[in-house]
Every structure is written in structure tokens, then in C-alpha cells.
Ligand binder design. Structure first.
Ligand SMILES: Cc1cc2nc3c(=O)[nH]c(=O)nc-3n(C[C@H](O)[C@H](O)[C@H](O)COP(=O)(O)O)c2cc1C
Ligand code: SF4
Length: 509
């Protein structure tokens, strides 16, 4: 693309997104071919009812409220209130938040706070990490994050320092940081709480990422379902600009960094990094084939760091306490701490910071207190697009590799327990309906496969598909989908086939 054209796209996007940022959660009549992709191209100001899996499995707690979600033509998948499920946008209540780890890293200010005022944040050690970072050269900052063994908290667990290094070593006069605050996985509300209760920690981590990677501009892409997070982050950005922590010559150095907010329009797939880049550019947000990776060819075709909110919230602690202190926490290849969020069926739903290496059993029964009623049939960790963990595997320790070894995922850390109120038939119907609704349509296995499975499981007596046809579709989803939406549906269905085979087969009688 010609440089001038690129600049024009960037300028148009900036103008558009400035407008978006000022009118929380609303669009402004952008091109129809782009808007037609989205469920909510315009802000509708109507009450929304959550259809996400965490609310679905708790529907028996308030059938009439969940009935409104079922009736909604435009589906809202996850309002980040899974601790209240079934949830609606006008149902309010604070989650229980506790630190259960050996050190409080991401939730420290939140359990003692909230910390929404820049002076309060500075007075409790805020911005010391940024000062430390700017006193180091970029390579040293990247080296510190690499040494800490911090891995991405958004799902894939990629080493954060390696990503930053990859952008730093690209020769380009423009580089970007993108913060992934789309948090679409049902069951997860970690990023929401960080943004609403401790916004400066995220922003400090983001500015450090900008410095370390040699970037001059950052974008925070926040889901529209989190209007309080949008307004808190916008206010915090303004305070940082006014106090010399953002903008030109930060803290008197020669480092300058600008930060913009982009609000989503109700598309789950925009959490996938290549779709998110297109969304920020104001293009139709279909998933792109990788390579090239965003670290080489990202936003506006420039090298780009894309990091999750919780990932960046770890960075200030590492830059003040040191990489070794961070690496000493956790176990195996999962170092530091991890925030996990429990859904409303638990006796003690809420957000907890834990040490990786804790068993699922301890998380479910000691921290969560087990279920309010009934028995746990299984848990889904890291959103519905992952394997189900059944009680016989609850002794597994929480860690990236350890969860993969049992066909599950640590993912983003949302934990959805379900019980005998939800049959496997119903769960598959909910998850495949979600994927069919959110599929970007770029690849056939996901676009067609999700619909065929949804239709088969929505029909109470399935006649259209044999069990063999169904398992073929599951394998194709896993092997041939372009991104984690399709492969994740395949993983979820495989796990259902393995763990609940009799029930799944009975749907094909
Ligand atoms: C369909 C799909 C949805 C995703 N949604 C999110 C999301 O909401 N938040 C997030 O941080 N990562 C999400 N990811 C992962 C991102 O693509 C990317 O790996 C992540 O933002 C990188 O940040 P990290 O290294 O800090 O985890 C999603 C991936 C896929 C395939
Ligand atoms: S797997 Fe689904 S969401 Fe991902 S690229 Fe293919 S169609 Fe799009």
C-alpha cells in the first residue's frame, strides 16, 4: 500500500475513533459494508440480556430473565457479569474480589482500592515502573520482561518479552501497541475489573510496552459491553496526558507516546488479533491469514505489539520488584500469578488471584466453595471454545501445558461450572449457536460447520446428520479452521464426545 494512502486510512480512522471514543459505545454511520458485519453498529441504548454460556448454564436461577435473552433477535454474548448470571445490562452488583496467591500482582490495588485517581495511584507507588523503564534502554526493558517469563494472559500464552523484542528489532519508523480489551470469552471478567478499578496500572504497562518496543502510538480496543470501563479508561488517559505520563516527552525524556480508545460494536471475533487490527483500521474485521504476524505487519501494515489487559497489568510489578521475583512465583512454565473468575453457580463466585500450580479441585471447592446447589458435571475454563474438564480430572494443576495435556485450556481464566440442569445436548446447542452467530465467515469449516451442528442440536430429534458425519465435521473444524473460533468449537465438541459420549450419541438416534 502506498504510504500516502496508508496515512489517509489512519487519519480517517483516527477521526472516526475519536468520535467513537467521545460517544461511549456508539458508531457514527460508518460505511455500510463495514457496519453490516456488526451486531451493534450503532448504540441502541436498550437493555440487553446475556446469551453467553455462563448465563446459559445458570438460566434456571431466573428463567424469565434468561427467556428475554432467548427472545432477543440481536444476541449479546457476555456482559462480564457472569458472577450475577443470568445477567442483563441493568442488573448490577460488585463481584467478590480476593487475593489467594503468594503475592498480589494484578489485584493488589483493586482489593485495597479502587484506584481511579491519578494522585492516589502515584502516592501508592504508581508510575515508579515507568520511571525505572525510561531510565533503562529499550533492550534492557525487553530483557527484563523476557527474564520474568511473563506469558500472554489473553489465551495463547505466548512469551510477552519475545513479542516485544520482535517489534523492537523491526526496522520501521512507525510501530504500534494495541491493547486487547475485548474480553469476549463467557465466564471472564478479569479485564473488565482491571479497567474499571485500576485503570492506571494497565495504562502504565501499556506506555512501558510502547517504550520497550519503540512504538509511538497505542490503541485500546474495548468491548462495547463494558461502558464503565470505556469511560474510566478515557478519564485516566486524560489525567495521564495532563500530568506528563502520556503525550510528548514523557517524564522529560525524548520518548513520546499517544494513546487512543476504540470501542467495539458487538463482535466476538474482533478479539482475534488480526480481526482487531482491521476493526481499528475501520475495515471489515475478517480474520487474516498468518504469517505475516502483527509483530512484522500489523496495524496500518506496521510492526505491532498486541497484548491482553491482564498481561500488561503485570508489567509495572515486574519493573519495580524485578524479573526474578516474578519468575519465583507460580510453577512449571506458568510463572507469576493468574487471575481467575468464577461464574454464578459457585457458592463464592468472584475474581481471585491465584498461584499457578493450584489444583482445579482446590479452586472449585476451597476457593469457590463448590456449587450453591447440585453437583458439578464439569467446568469450562477460558471460555466455551475449549475442552470440558470433568470431575475425574479435577486433580490437574492449573498451568498452560498441564491444562493442554488433558484437552483443556487455561485460556483467559474464566471458569464456568455447569450442573445437571444443563444436558450436553443443550450445552452443544448453546455453544454452536454462539459460534454460528459470531463466525466471520472467512473459512468454510467454521462458517458452514457451526451452522450444521447448531441446526442438528437445535432440532430435538435430529434426522439430518449421522454420528459419523458429525465427527467428520468436528475433525474438519479442528484441522482446517483459520482461527481459534472454529478450532475452539472443534476442541469443545471433541471433548464432549470423549467425556459425554453416550449423551452425544443419543442425539443421533
Ligand atoms: C476468536 C478469538 C477471540 C479472541 N479474543 C480475545 C480477547 O477477547 N482478549 C484477548 O486478550 N485475546 C483474545 N484472543 C487472543 C488474541 O488473538 C491474542 O492472542 C492476544 O490478544 C495476545 O495477547 P497476549 O499475548 O497478551 O495474550 C482471541 C483469539 C481468538 C482466536
Ligand atoms: S474459524 Fe470462523 S471466525 Fe475464524 S476465520 Fe474461520 S470463519 Fe472466521
Amino acid at each position: 500500500m502506498e504510504r500516502r494512502e496508508e496515512k489517509n486510512i489512519e487519519k480517517a480512522s483516527h477521526l472516526k475513533h475519536e468520535k467513537l471514543s467521545n460517544i461511549t459505545g456508539s458508531g457514527s454511520g460508518i460505511l455500510n459494508d463495514v457496519d453490516s458485519f456488526y451486531t451493534f453498529p450503532e448504540n441502541n441504548n436498550e437493555i440487553e440480556y446475556c446469551s453467553g454460556t455462563a448465563c446459559f448454564v445458570s438460566r434456571f436461577r431466573d428463567p424469565s430473565l434468561f427467556g428475554l435473552a432467548e427472545k432477543s433477535e440481536k444476541k449479546t454474548y457476555c456482559l462480564g457479569k457472569c458472577y450475577l448470571g443470568p445477567a442483563s445490562s441493568n442488573k448490577n452488583g460488585e463481584p467478590n474480589i480476593e487475593v489467594k496467591s503468594s503475592a498480589a500482582i494484578v489485584l493488589e490495588n483493586i482489593v485495597n482500592g479502587p484506584l481511579r485517581d491519578i494522585k492516589d495511584y502515584s502516592n501508592t507507588g504508581g508510575f515508579l515502573a515507568l520511571k525505572n523503564a525510561i531510565a533503562m534502554n529499550r533492550e534492557e526493558v525487553v530483557g527484563t520482561i523476557k527474564d520474568s517469563m511473563l506469558r500472554g494472559r489473553g489465551g495463547a500464552g505466548f512469551p510477552t518479552g519475545v513479542k516485544w523484542e520482535s517489534v523492537l528489532t523491526q526496522s520501521s519508523d512507525r510501530k504500534y501497541v494495541v491493547v486487547n480489551a475485548d474480553e469476549g470469552d463467557a465466564g471472564a471478567y478479569i479485564d473488565k475489573v482491571i479497567m474499571e478499578y485500576d485503570p492506571f496500572k494497565l495504562l502504565e504497562g501499556t506506555v512501558i510496552a510502547g517504550y520497550a518496543s519503540g512504538s509511538s502510538t497505542g490503541y485500546i480496543y474495548i468491548r462495547r459491553e463494558y461502558p464503565e470501563a470505556v469511560s474510566t479508561i478515557l478519564g485516566a488517559i486524560q489525567s495521564m496526558n495532563e500530568n506528563g505520563f502520556l503525550g510528548r516527552n514523557i517524564l522529560g525524556s525524548d520518548f513520546s507516546f499517544d494513546l487512543h480508545v476504540v470501542v467495539g460494536k458487538g463482535s466476538y471475533v474482533c478479539g482475534e488479533e488480526t480481526a482487531m487490527l482491521r476493526a481499528i483500521e475501520g475495515r471489515r474485521p475478517e480474520v487474516s491469514v498468518r504469517p505475516p504476524y502483527p509483530t512484522e505487519n500489523g496495524l496500518f501494515n506496521m510492526p505491532t505489539v498486541i497484548d491482553n489487559v491482564e498481561t500488561l497489568a503485570n508489567v509495572p510489578w515486574i519493573l519495580t520488584k524485578g524479573a526474578d521475583k516474578f519468575k519465583d512465583l507460580g510453577f512449571s512454565k506458568s510463572r507469576g500469578t493468574k487471575a481467575v473468575s468464577l461464574n454464578s453457580l459457585f457458592k463464592r463466585p468472584g475474581l481471585y488471584e491465584i498461584d499457578p500450580g493450584m489444583s482445579l479441585e482446590d479452586l472449585i471447592f476451597e476457593i469457590g466453595g463448590g456449587l450453591k446447589e447440585g453437583n458439578v458435571s464439569g467446568v469450562i475454563i477460558g471460555g466455551p471454545l475449549a475442552g470440558i474438564v470433568t470431575p475425574d480430572k479435577f486433580s490437574t494443576k492449573l498451568g498452560y501445558e498441564e491444562m493442554h495435556a488433558i484437552g483443556a485450556s487455561l485460556g483467559h481464566g474464566g471458569v464456568i461450572a455447569f450442573d445437571e440442569h444443563t444436558s450436553m445436548h443443550e450445552l452443544i446447542e448453546n455453544v454452536s449457536t454462539f459460534v454460528a452467530f459470531e463466525s466471520c465467515g472467512k473459512c468454510t469449516p467454521c462458517r458452514v460447520g457451526s451452522r450444521v451442528i447448531r441446526d442438528a442440536f437445535s432440532a430435538r430429534t435430529n434426522k439430518s446428520l449421522s454420528y459419523d458425519d458429525y465427527t467428520d465435521i468436528v475433525s474438519t473444524l479442528k484441522e482446517a479452521s483459520l482461527c481459534g473460533l472454529g478450532t475452539g468449537l472443534g476442541d469443545f465438541l471433541s471433548s464432549a464426545n470423549t467425556n459425554f459420549n453416550r449423551e452425544v450419541r443419543s442425539c443421533f438416534a
